[in-house]
Design a protein around this ligand. Structure first.
Ligand SMILES: [Zn+2]
Length: 154
């Protein structure tokens, strides 16, 4: 299902990732949205409570509780998670294991170099996009398929 993300969420996502990157830390943000007939519309770029280091992030129990409260109150779902890496973008084994969303079609985006060089217009090119498959694994979506099948920036 196509995830539609407004450009203001991309801006906010990049500013969170870059801000953390200035102190050489990863950062994770979650895109919260509503499911419509043929797509999911992102409404909120949410930065959960997190503990991070140069090569990891973790959302502690209090962060998960706050997230679930937000989802309930605003009737939203987590459509995608986006996080930064210090160097290349890929889905590490820890990313596979700790991904907080695990529904079929969920997206996980990884941005390289703490998103330091990424602009809203290069976002789609720089991000590696993974989709949770029916076989319950994260599968990289080739760039040429991303805009058609996964993610549209509005
Ligand atoms: Zn990672």
């Amino acid at each position: 299902m196509l995830v539609q993300c407004p450009s203001r969420c991309i801006d906010l996502t990049l500013s969170h990732l870059r801000e953390a990157g200035r102190s050489r830390r990863e950062c994770v943000v979650l895109w919260l949205g509503k499911r419509a007939a043929t797509n999911i519309q992102i409404e909120v770029c949410y930065r959960p409570i997190q503990s991070t280091a140069e090569d990891m992030f973790e959302i502690p129990r209090a962060g998960m509780q706050a997230l679930h409260g937000e989802l309930r109150q605003r009737r939203l779902m987590v459509a995608a998670q986006v996080h930064s890496h210090p160097a290349e973008a890929f889905h590490s084994r820890a990313d596979d294991r700790w991904a907080i969303i695990r529904h079929e079609g969920a997206l996980s985006l990884v941005l390289p170099y703490f998103a330091a060089h990424t602009t809203p217009s290069s976002f789609m090119q720089d991000a590696k996009v993974y989709r949770f498959s029916s076989a319950a694994t994260w599968v990289e979506v080739p760039f040429c398929q991303v805009q058609r099948e996964c993610l549209e920036i509005l």
